[in-house]
Design a binder for this molecule. Structure first.
Ligand SMILES: *Cc1c(COP(=O)(O)O)cnc(C)c1O
Length: 469
């Protein structure tokens, strides 16, 4: 009898493996069928391996306990949530892949309050009648932006699609060639217009568009003049852009809708904190734009949402469009958005309590001190890595302010043995996961987007990962 046959015969029965302690311990957490399937998977894997290359399997691997341990590992992975917490040490504050803006405490509380029970989502408590879900944020948005009316939907891509469809379907919208933006994730302005049934009328060139270009393109079919904020790139050099303020009289003269997709949409000016000068939503409304759209989870620092503010007659038309129902905002998002907007009523409070605003406003010297403290904590542990404090640049991200650079500091980690990629992989596999930045064969840990409450956990995970665990 060959070795192979002997080994094949020594594979234990599934029931025998299920008796082992690691699987017995999981019986409370997982149904028997899941445990059985995990054991079957491991056993059939071993059988295949034996048939293919018997010498690659050690006899120890076939013991019931060894098989049970591997099956239990499978099961543990099933128990772990797939969507989980990440500590963002990348230095990019609004990372779309990392869920953009962390929420303010008030927003979290609002979600909990509304999620746990019932709410007056569409009930007017005063009148005892059916109400509108937009009513919870409409007045706030009008107050913060100076607009007459407002509504909110699922996200800004949805807001743009909805507004264009409701106001321009079957007719033309004039857009400058310099503003035919692609946001990523296949959101391109020309394609959004096409799916909304709006005919795109491009004017000007990539770098220069003049008021007369818009003037000459206006015809019977024109419904809108559309401006799109070039939020993820800049055209520099020999350029000419027509501002919303210049376009407003033209739109009025021809009874057209002037719409602007602001993308990020700041509610308060952050130039003082090293961010570039960009018009706030209120300034855009004041310039005479009829409909303004922007995101809830970019510079605003709230949940994913699309905000639409503007003239009452137009907003009413948008609210009544069937697509508004398809794109409607969920109650948890609405709760978080209302709480975040409420913080903006007091600009000082907004800066202190909205996490992304606080991160923008963080003092680089303070950041240096935090990195220094982290460095010292890790140095005291004698880890097998080289540690250095280095100058770094933090970025806004999330397709907002591509040129904005926030001077910053970072901790540079270079393993004495093993690769940086392996260190980065171990950090990503940790719980919570840690995402840093690999640069010049080193791992950079930037603390701008790391909360004070996350530091202890970060130290624990860095320690384990640096030791190769
Ligand atoms: C980000 C962005 C969008 C899309 O907003 P989401 O909230 O991600 O859907 C649309 N237009 C512009 C100009 C943007 O910057």
């Amino acid at each position: 009898m060959s070795d192979r046959q002997e080994l094949l015969r020594s594979l234990p029965a599934v029931d025998r493996v299920l008796q082992e302690a690691p699987l017995q311990a999981l019986q409370q957490h997982l149904p028997q069928s899941v445990l059985t399937e995990a054991v079957q998977t491991v056993i059939s894997g071993l059988r295949q391996q034996l048939l293919a290359e018997a010498s690659s399997v050690a006899a120890d691997q076939l013991k019931p306990l060894a098989i049970a341990e591997r099956a239990a590992e499978h099961c543990q992975r099933t128990l772990q949530p797939s969507l989980r917490k990440v500590i963002n040490a990348s230095g990019t504050l609004l990372h779309t892949n990392l869920g953009r803006a962390p929420l303010a405490k008030a927003a979290l509380q609002a979600i909990t309050d509304v999620a746990a029970g019932y709410s007056n989502l569409e009930l007017d408590l005063q009148a005892g009648q059916r109400g509108e879900r937009f009513s919870h944020v409409e007045e706030l948005l009008c107050q913060l932006t100076g607009a007459e009316s407002a509504l909110v939907v699922n996200n800004n891509a949805g807001a743009v699609l909805l507004a264009l469809t409701a106001l321009g379907k079957g007719r033309e919208a004039i857009v400058s060639r310099g503003e035919l933006v692609e946001i990523g994730g296949a959101f391109r302005i020309p394609e959004v217009m096409e799916s909304g049934g709006v005919v795109l009328r491009e004017v000007g060139s990539s770098n220069r568009t003049h008021l007369k270009d818009y003037q000459q393109a206006i015809c019977e079919e024109t419904a809108l003049l559309l401006k799109v904020h070039t939020s993820n790139y800049r055209i520099v050099g020999f350029t000419k852009e027509v501002t919303a303020r210049e376009l407003a009289p033209l739109a009025q003269e021809h009874q057209l809708v002037l719409m602007e997709d602001l993308g990020s949409g700041m509610l308060q000016d952050l130039t003082a904190y090293g961010l570039l000068r960009e018009p706030t939503v209120a300034e855009t409304v004041a310039a005479g734009v009829d409909v303004v759209t922007f995101s809830g989870d970019k510079l605003l620092g709230g949940p994913q949402a699309g905000l639409i503010v503007g003239r009452k007659v137009l907003i009413e038309k948008i609210k009544r469009h069937p697509l508004a129902r398809a794109l409607r905002i969920d109650k948890l998002t609405l709760a978080a958005l209302e709480a975040t907007l409420r913080l903006y009523l007091n600009p000082q409070q907004a800066l202190q309590e909205i996490p992304v605003l606080k991160m923008f406003a963080a003092d680089p010297l303070q950041q240096k001190l935090r990195c220094q403290q982290l460095l010292e904590q890790l140095q005291a542990l004698n880890l097998p890595v080289e540690l250095r404090l280095v100058e770094d640049i933090s970025r806004v991200g999330g397709g907002a302010m591509p040129l904005a650079e926030l001077p910053d500091w970072a901790l540079e980690i270079a393993p004495q043995s093993g690769s940086v990629a392996e260190l980065a992989r171990r950090l990503r596999a940790a719980s919570p996961a840690v995402v840093g930045r690999v640069q010049n064969d080193c791992l950079l840990i930037n603390l701008r987007a790391v909360a004070e409450t996350e530091i202890a956990e970060l130290v624990r995970i860095l320690t384990l990962a640096c030791r190769g665990a």
